[in-house]
Design a protein around this ligand. Structure first.
Ligand code: GDP
Ligand code: MG
Length: 147
């Protein structure tokens, strides 16, 4: 019974970042507007900037990838917006809203199609599983900073 409640709760939340390319181009407001209009409610949000070390920790799973250095340099190059979002089926619905990693392959109307310039500088992050949504939210927010 407890596990059932936990799984229902978890599938309702995801974690996002508006990445430095999008904040620096002034797309933060437009992206947040689309997220809210798509039915997500914001449970926590902050404007911050990652060090290269922090970006490396967040993307630790990609450490052995050839693009890791580029990714870490990019993600620490300017401010980001980190947020925890809530909606039914949050992880899958948010991945649909942002579109494919490579904006060239992203569907029309998706956030990456509209705002991303390349596979690396792709405007937004979205968690890929309920488990990672919790881990990533915990990376940025204390219990006091979310509800
Ligand atoms: P996501 O889950 O759609 O964000 O994609 P991945 O988990 O595969 O990759 C994480 C992030 O690494 C992407 O969002 C990009 O910012 C970056 N990335 C992925 N592939 C490449 C690549 O081929 N080159 C560069 N420079 N960055 C990449
Ligand atoms: Mg990913």
């Amino acid at each position: 019974f407890a596990a059932e409640i936990l799984s229902v709760y978890m599938s309702n939340r995801t974690f996002t970042m508006i990445k430095p390319d999008a904040t620096s181009k002034g797309h933060t407001g437009a992206i947040l507007d689309q997220i809210i209009k798509a039915g997500f409610s914001i449970k926590a949000m902050k404007w911050t900037r990652l060090t290269t070390e922090q970006a490396g920790l967040f993307y630790d799973i990609h450490r052995e990838r050839p693009f890791f250095g580029e990714l870490v340099d990019f993600m620490s190059s300017g401010p980001i917006v980190a947020a925890i979002l809530e909606k039914d089926n949050a992880v899958a619905d948010f991945r649909k809203l942002i579109g494919a990693t490579n904006p060239a392959q992203a569907e029309e109307g998706t956030i990456r199609k509209q705002f991303a310039a390349s596979v690396g500088e792709n405007a937004v992050h979205g968690s890929d599983s309920d488990e990672n949504a919790v881990i990533e939210g915990d990376f940025f927010f204390s219990k006091l900073e979310r509800y």
